[in-house]
Write a protein that binds this ligand. Structure first.
Ligand SMILES: C[S@@+](CC[C@H](N)C(=O)[O-])C[C@H]1O[C@@H](n2cnc3c(N)ncnc32)[C@H](O)[C@@H]1O
Length: 275
């Protein structure tokens, strides 16, 4: 897919999800299920029950693949930027950590997601969070103005990842941190998966090899790039979780193909900083 087509597919796909529709983020899971199911998924990817209960209902759609705020060591008064903020889950958690004197900015290019996030912020009474419409490849944020950039299961969806990392570097203050949870690969995907729109929206086929991902971060200027944690996805994920199952079914994967695919897809939590 060309870059323009990728963005169109992503905006349409996540627009439908924001509107309460279809399943989504691949092996990292799906938002089609009821609230308790979404909460289970949230706990499986690293949120505590208290964190899940502290945010407005509908802020967690089960779209993430980790809990970047937990790894970001946020301090009172800091400015945080969330790349691809979706319905706002991580922004709201960050808002609690940086307090009244801090600030959180979420950027997302899908208008329906932004609308949903703003409504969640209004219902939750968050005065230190704002959501901006924009692309993570062209951040609507000033140079050197942010202490911490976070992102949760989004950069895999970008058709120009080196540019996303250069933009994150540009907006960070000297010494600022980047903390991401994302899907990366530990082997090349089969052609039919690479060419599948469902697998792209499911955060699988836009992902790149872990080494390539880390190299892009370093080439953007980041220092001490470190994989803090990584985890795979068990076979029962693809068989039982609706979003993941939709990807598997749309590709008519055999059990062997499924096993092979799952062996190649991991969720990585990565930290780095600007020197
Ligand atoms: C898998 S969801 C993750 C949402 C959120 N981070 C979470 O964990 O709930 C991906 C989000 O990233 C947004 N997104 C994807 N590519 C983007 C881009 N190039 N620029 C801005 N937003 C993007 C989508 O609109 C969607 O809201």
């Amino acid at each position: 897919m060309r870059e323009k087509d990728v963005k169109k597919v992503v905006i349409e796909g996540y627009g439908a999800i924001a509107g309460g529709g279809v399943p989504c983020c691949g092996p990292s899971e799906a938002c089609c299920c009821g609230p308790s199911r979404v909460e289970d998924i949230g706990m499986r990817i690293g949120y505590s029950r208290e964190e899940l209960e502290s945010v407005p209902e509908g802020a967690n759609l089960g779209l993430g693949c980790g809990n970047p705020v937990a790894l970001a060591s946020l301090c009172e008064g800091e400015t945080v930027l969330d790349l691809g903020s979706g319905p706002g889950m991580d922004c709201f958690l960050a808002a609690g950590r940086v307090g009244e004197t801090g600030r959180v900015i979420g950027v997302d290019m899908t208008p329906e997601m932004l609308e949903r996030a703003r409504e969640n912020a209004r219902r939750g009474g968050y005065r230190n969070v704002e959501f901006r419409l924009g692309e993570i490849e062209n951040l609507p944020v000033a140079d050197g103005s942010v202490d911490v950039v976070i992102s949760n299961c989004v950069i895999n969806l970008s058709p120009d990842k080196p540019r996303v990392f250069r933009e994150a570097y540009r907006v960070l203050k000297p010494g600022g941190r980047l903390v991401v949870s994302d899907i990366v690969l530990q082997g090349e995907l089969p052609k039919k998966v690479r060419e599948s729109t469902a697998a792209y929206l499911g955060c699988i086929s836009g992902a790149v090899l872990k080494e390539e991902y880390l190299r892009m971060m370093e080439e953007a200027g980041f220092q001490d790039v470190e994989v803090v944690e990584e985890s795979g996805f068990p076979l029962d994920y693809m068989a039982t979780e609706p979003g993941a199952r939709a990807v598997a079914e749309s590709l008519s994967l055999t059990v062997e193909e499924l096993e092979d695919l799952l062996g190649k897809v991991i969720s990585a939590k990565i930290r780095a900083h600007k020197g």
